[in-house]
Design a protein. Structure first.
Length: 216
């Protein structure tokens, strides 16, 4: 089984050591680098090209979110999971818009971090349910005409399926809701992905967040 390589960036050395110790219990995870600053982490990330980077939102008094794009530049294949003590939707929205794939509250790390790593490693996005709910109920829209035009290419049923997909419904649950087969649900999703020019749920969440299409 291929291991998930991880670099951890956190300026609290006790937490850094604690995270390394926690992750060491999982054979499928390999911590390939530790750094207490982004400057220190740059060379490690460039050399190791980790699958996942765990990034503290507050690094030496700076906003760690400002470094997401820099990390993506030096290692485009790396997925970034933000670690934070701030229970703030605006931070979550900024992190996702800048390219993060996960957002984990430090108070929930014991129960959520491993699940988040595995989910992000598989190409999906992870966030606490409260942030997803806020995003779905959020009515903010931005003038992103290209994404909106792509969305308008979908049929009504494709839109319904994608909204339910973003809400966390399984193919089986969506199929039961609309009295269609699971295979048909998969077909709708495949068509929607092609029309929207996206590859996974994380991409769709980002698009939806930009144009405000996930509303009750």
């Amino acid at each position: 089984m291929k291991t998930i390589s991880i670099v951890i960036i956190d300026d609290h050395k006790i937490l850094l050591a604690g995270l390394q110790s926690l992750l060491s219990f999982y054979k499928e995870i390999d911590v390939v680098g530790l750094a207490s600053s982004v400057k220190e982490a740059v060379n490690i990330i460039r050399d190791k090209k980790p699958r996942i980077v765990l990034l503290d939102i507050a690094i030496s008094g700076e906003n760690g979110l400002n470094y997401i794009e820099q990390i993506k530049e030096i290692s485009p294949s790396s997925k970034i999971i933000i670690l934070t003590m701030y229970d703030d939707y605006e931070y979550f929205k900024e992190a996702i818009n800048k390219g993060a794939s996960g957002f984990v509250l430090k108070k929930s790390m014991d129960s959520d971090l491993i699940y988040a790593i595995k989910k992000v490693n598989s190409g999906e996005m992870f966030a606490e349910s409260q942030f997803i709910s806020q995003m779905i109920n959020n009515s903010d829209t931005q003038n992103v005409s290209v994404e909106k035009q792509l969305w308008n290419k979908l049929s009504d049923r494709e839109k319904e399926v994608m909204v339910d997909f973003a809400r966390g419904f399984t193919n089986r649950e969506i199929a039961l809701k609309y009295y269609i087969s699971e295979k048909t649900v998969s077909t709708y999703k495949t068509r929607a992905f092609e029309k929207l020019n996206i590859e996974n749920k994380s991409d769709f969440i980002k698009l939806a967040l930009k144009i405000g299409i996930l509303k009750n």
